[in-house]
Design a protein around this ligand. Structure first.
Ligand code: PLP
Length: 262
């Protein structure tokens, strides 16, 4: 019998299949880990944007945690969109109760189309109570700026932001540079040992980037579930992302999804 690493995504459903838990599950399949899902909410969504959101109740979040953790042997987890304060609090409670290890927190706030995926009132909660549970947090430049209340423009700003975010309690911090300007995208990882590692890649000229953050954090969670270190996972994660973005598939008429079959 085959022994697969087991992971759980704690994220929302995208009805058009490109982002959220849908992207996570395709990434996990690609990485050959077994994936459970704790669904934080439903979105009525397509490649044009998010039309409606229905967060999962706190009670039903707790039920899903119990069902998954009473049975499965979860080696890593990731969180995506948490929508509102009650849902975010229920997720934190579930993670604490089950001492979830190898947690990747993607602090999703706003979808590329502009829809709010995290209530403002939940931001302090995730900073104070979710980040300290995380092996890694993966904000993009915009999210990092909101979390810190300061702009990140220069390389020195980036290094300062990494340290300020790590001080909030996450073991490692990755700031994703995709929302920046210029033709080279620079992601920066601050490791637990205080090392800053940059990952640079040419910007791919495409609007098919729906679900990029979800896919990256899921890829990293899959690697952690297999027992790999972040330093080993990251270069292959970036290669995977570049192939998934670059080798486009034609789905929908707006900001289309990635190709997870690369
Ligand atoms: N919808 C859901 C449910 C998500 O979790 C996310 C991202 O985490 C998005 C939409 C946003 O996707 P994007 O900003 O890549 O378009």
């Amino acid at each position: 019998m085959k022994n697969l690493a087991q992971v759980v995504t704690i994220a929302g459903i995208d009805s058009s299949g490109g982002a959220g838990a849908n992207a996570d599950l395709k990434t996990f399949q690609n990485q050959m880990v077994y994936a459970a899902s704790i669904i934080t909410g439903l979105t009525a969504q397509n490649t044009y944007g998010v039309q409606a959101i229905l967060p999962t109740s706190a009670h039903f979040i707790a039920e899903q945690f119990n069902s998954v953790f009473d049975d499965l042997d979860i080696k890593a987890a990731k969180t995506g969109a948490l929508f509102d304060l009650a849902t975010a609090q229920a997720v934190i409670t579930g993670l604490e109760k089950n001492s979830v290890k190898n947690l990747v927190v993607d602090p999703v706030m706003v979808a590329k189309g502009g829809a709010k995926l995290l209530a403002d009132e939940a931001i302090n909660l995730i900073k104070d109570n979710l980040f300290p549970l995380a092996e890694l947090i993966t904000p993009n430049l915009t999210e990092a700026a909101v979390l810190l209340g300061q702009e990140i423009e220069t390389d020195a700003d980036m290094v300062e932001a990494l340290h300020l975010l790590q001080a909030m309690g996450a073991t490692n911090v990755l700031i994703k540079g995709g929302h920046g300007k210029g033709n080279i995208i620079s992601d920066a990882l601050l490791t637990k040992d205080g090392q800053v590692i940059y990952y640079k890649a040419p910007r791919i000229d495409t609007k098919r980037t729906h679900g990029t953050g979800d896919t990256l954090s899921a890829y990293i969670a899959a690697g952690l579930a297999k027992g790999k270190s972040l330093e080993v996972i990251m270069p292959t994660a970036k290669e995977f992302m570049n192939r998934a973005i670059g080798d486009g598939i034609k789905i929908g008429h707006g900001h289309g999804p990635l190709n997870h079959w690369v």
